[in-house]
Design a protein around this ligand. Structure first.
Ligand SMILES: Nc1ncnc2c1ncn2[C@@H]1O[C@H](COP(=O)(O)OP(=O)(O)OP(=O)(O)O)[C@@H](O)[C@H]1O
Ligand SMILES: [Mg+2]
Length: 395
């Protein structure tokens, strides 16, 4: 798929951006802090409904504005669709498809597909387990939008169950009595919901990982042939986890989670928090025999992060989906060999959006149409604009 047009209204530093796009490469070049990543972030938000940089929408709405709008004309296998997302401060966000309002935001998932590479990806290797769970869960939602509902419901069950553990911890610790019986009964209900939804999440992650693992290993080998082989494994955090192959069966996972909830109940009551479930699992990344986290060198860390994204790109392609590739500021960090390997992977992609502070950092074959991005104005009027476009330099 590719985007033909992107419009931003009051999105971050852009009061208005109207960007005509074609298949092939588009490069945004400009100095640090001038608004390049903001454009890629907006495309990412259209495709995942989440920013890769912030957890809430407030920072994405231009200072002083009430609403930020991201709109795109997406071309997908001969069909064109306009998709529009309004991020509202203090009110529900709204989406439209071909100008018709959507009942749920999730209805626009799948219209714009993208894979984003960004410097923040280093956190996939070095950061907390939450970063890696997010990688799996977001991929899953992009491929199967209905999965988003399961994740939302799980979070809500987890929130309510944790609130109960906290608020009833006194009563529960004292044990018997009417209050304690009622709280235990409610806790049983939440346990059942948590185990059921949690099992769907674990089984989904395992199935995804099965497909992703060889693609990431291949991509890593291409980027860092001199390094050790890259591998991914799921860490299901229960006392005695079954083999990974068994975790693809949601019924089995549900039973294991229920047993673990029983085993840890007193602990959860004593500590007043939820200690069991896929919100505590991890994706273990390793190079040879060592975990990548804490052991991988700087270059290996970059290669692994890129391999995770390239593997994701190949996963979409295996589904028959050609996502837009968003390369945010990645070339400056890479050595010659890795630059060339990434450029090669990108040249076969239908549409690539690249940002760079220095145009020369972008490999020759990948420059395409170039837009110069500049921050202009003072104080509250400070904003990003495109000052020049050079469409002669097609890749
Ligand atoms: N909500 C907002 N309202 C107005 N301006 C914003 C908002 N959020 C971010 N900005 C501005 O956007 C700029 C950062 O934009 P962006 O991250 O796209 O820069 P960049 O060109 O990618 O820079 P770098 O090369 O350093 O990565 C900052 O100057 C910031 O002040
Ligand atoms: Mg940037």
């Amino acid at each position: 798929m590719h985007l033909r047009h992107l419009r931003l209204l009051d999105f971050r530093s852009w009061p208005l951006l109207e960007l005509e796009l074609q298949p092939g490469v588009t490069t945004l070049v400009g100095r640090n802090g001038h608004g390049k990543t903001n454009v890629l972030e907006a495309v990412g938000v259209l495709s995942t409904l989440r920013s890769h940089r912030v957890a809430s929408e407030a920072p994405m709405i231009r200072t002083g504005a009430e609403t930020a709008m991201i709109a795109a004309l997406a071309h997908n296998a001969g069909r064109e669709l306009t998709v529009e997302l309004a991020l509202n401060s203090g009110r529900a966000n709204r989406a439209r498809l071909n100008t018709s309002p959507c009942r749920r935001l999730g209805d626009i998932l799948g219209v714009v597909q993208s894979v984003l590479f960004a410097p923040e990806d280093l956190a996939l290797i070095r950061g907390e387990p939450a970063e890696r769970r997010k990688l799996l869960d977001e991929l899953q939602v992009q491929r199967r939008p209905a999965h988003g509902g399961v994740l939302t419901e799980y979070s809500s069950v987890l929130r309510q169950r944790s609130a109960l553990l906290k608020s009833a911890s006194g009563v529960l610790r004292r044990g018997r009595g009417e209050g304690a019986d009622a709280a235990l009964e409610t806790l049983d209900v939440w346990d059942g919901r948590l185990a059921h939804l949690g099992a769907g999440i674990v089984a989904g992650r395992i199935a995804l990982l099965d497909e992703l693992r060889p693609l990431v290993a291949d991509a890593y080998r291409g980027l860092a042939p001199e390094s050790r082989p890259a591998d991914l494994a799921y860490r299901f955090r229960v006392a005695t986890p079954p083999d990974e192959s068994e975790l693809a069966d949601p019924e089995l996972v549900e039973a294991v989670l229920l047993a673990e909830l029983g085993r840890r109940r007193q602990d959860e009551i004593d500590r007043g928090m939820s200690l069991v479930g896929p919100h505590r699992d991890d994706l273990v990344l390793s190079l040879g025999e060592e975990p990548a986290k804490g052991f991988a060198s700087h270059g290996e860390t970059w290669s692994f992060a890129l391999a995770l994204r390239l593997g994701s790109l190949e996963l979409f392609r295996a589904d028959g989906v050609e996502p837009v590739l968003l390369l945010d500021d990645v070339f400056a960090e890479l050595d010659r060999h890795r630059r060339a390997a990434l450029a090669e992977a990108a040249t076969g992609v239908e549409q690539v959006l690249v940002t760079a502070a220095v145009g020369e950092d972008v490999p020759d074959g990948l420059r395409g149409t170039r837009h110069d991005v500049v921050m202009t104005g003072e104080g509250a009027g400070r904003h990003s604009v495109i000052t020049a476009t050079d469409s002669e330099v097609h890749s």
